[in-house]
Write a protein that binds this ligand. Structure first.
Ligand code: HEC
Ligand code: HEC
Length: 346
């Protein structure tokens, strides 16, 4: 009897091990398929970043893009047929003439319900290490897939959208020229991702300054940049995107959320993804490229002006009060981060 029981226990354990091994195998195969689906991202060559002695690097001027895909992606980005009720397109919230974002704290999606967080810009997304305020997504393809499926954002009805594009000769022609299998869900997303990867704004006055043209900034703007470094803003906002490359708590020093009140789930930030207590109120540090063009600020859209946002940062991230004059100088520096898109200064 005893023997039998041990035997059964061993057998059960053996079954368990076999099950775990099988699960790992399935996961590996799944991963392989997922990554081969978004070939586009793997095929894009990593962009070479010019190294400077500064903690911020200029946006590369020449980035290879597939112009046919980008042109198709641009049309799709503006097309309401990708939304369930033909009312919303990406442009509804990401307006390129408003810095790639929207001038309101929360935007209505297809059912009219407002987004839980402020819309970030789509400009220069390729230089962010992850996407969304909580950094949920590592790849634009997965991010796009999720927002199109999201019943609050696009709720794309794929069959309807695909048929509609197939029946629009101009679209059908473009898809067939680029993709052997024509209009498909994957190809629609692939073209939009190609477009997203093209939305770069190089040649800001600050980048020209970094590249050696000392005349590109006024003395006041240079002083603003010096303060930005000296006061430690640059410890979080750095790299090509002056942000977008790390996670940090909002309220590193003071308790921003307790002072603001009305805490919502969206305020938990990265905690919502990891469920790790240390990640509560942690966010991806946002890029400050073109930041002057995208008020209101923060994930909750609570700061109306750039100066107001800087004042909050000095209080809750640095715990070092700056004078109004210093805040204005930093704001002047941040305004030099407005770049050039398609030959036009933003
Ligand atoms: C209803 C408004 C709305 C619509 C429509 C919308 N977005 Fe967004 N988008 C947002 C919001 C809000 C976020 C931030 C979400 C978060 O952080 O949880 C976001 C985030 C993003 C980001 C990530 C930016 C970053 O650096 O983190 C990209 C890229 C993006 N959207 C592209 C698109 C594309 C492409 C479409 C169309 C298929 C689209 N969006 C449609 C509101 C919208
Ligand atoms: C400890 C890291 C850290 C430091 C230091 C820091 N920031 Fe931030 N910054 C963040 C984070 C995180 C956010 C996003 C907060 C949110 O909305 O949840 C942010 C947001 C911002 C925004 C709003 C951007 C937008 O698009 O909404 C501005 C502007 C800004 N910071 C400027 C500054 C300036 C200027 C300084 C120095 C005075 C500074 N930051 C110091 C981490 C930091």
């Amino acid at each position: 009897m005893k023997f039998l029981r041990i035997d059964r226990r061993i057998r059960r354990r053996f079954n368990l091990v076999a099950l775990i091994l099988l699960a790992i195998l399935v996961a590996l195969i799944w991963r392989h398929f997922l990554s081969s689906e978004s070939v586009n991202l793997r095929a894009t060559k990593p962009v070479e970043i010019a190294q400077t002695n500064e903690p911020i690097q200029p946006i590369p001027i020449a980035i290879a893009i597939d112009s046919a895909k980008v042109a198709l992606g641009e049309k799709l980005f503006q097309d309401v047929r990708l939304s369930q009720n033909n009312r919303v397109s990406c442009v509804s919230c990401h307006n390129l003439s408003q810095g790639g974002a929207a001038r309101r704290s929360h935007s209505p999606g297809i059912d009219g319900a407002k987004t839980k967080v402020n819309t970030p810009t789509v400009f220069n997304v390729r230089f962010n290490f992850r996407f969304n305020w909580d950094g949920e997504f590592e790849r634009l393809f997965d991010h796009l897939d999720a927002l199109m499926t999201n019943p609050k954002v696009m709720d794309t009805q794929w069959q309807k959208a695909i048929e509609s594009f197939q029946n629009t000769p101009e679209y059908a022609r473009s898809f067939n020229q680029i993709y052997p299998d024509g209009v498909t869900q994957t190809n629609i997303k692939d073209a939009i991702v190609a477009y997203e990867l093209s939305l770069n704004t190089p040649n800001s006055r600050f980048d020209r300054f970094l590249s050696g043209n000392k005349q590109a900034l006024t003395a006041a703007e240079q002083e603003g940049y010096r303060l930005f470094k000296a006061y430690g803003c640059v410890s979080c906002h750095q790299g090509v995107n002056v942000g977008g490359n790390m996670f940090q708590p909002f309220g590193a020093i003071g308790n921003y959320f307790a002072d603001r009140g009305n805490i919502t789930k969206a305020d938990y930030g990265r905690y919502n993804i990891t469920k790790n207590e240390a990640d509560r109120y942690v966010f991806r540090v946002p890029s400050l490229r073109n930041v002057a063009l995208t008020p209101p600020y923060f994930h909750d859209g609570s700061a109306e002006t750039l100066e107001g946002a800087i004042a909050i940062m000095t209080k809750y991230q640095l715990g070092r009060p700056l004078s109004q004059e210093q805040i204005d100088l930093i704001a002047q520096f941040l305004r030099t981060l407005n770049g050039v898109y398609q030959g036009k200064a933003l």
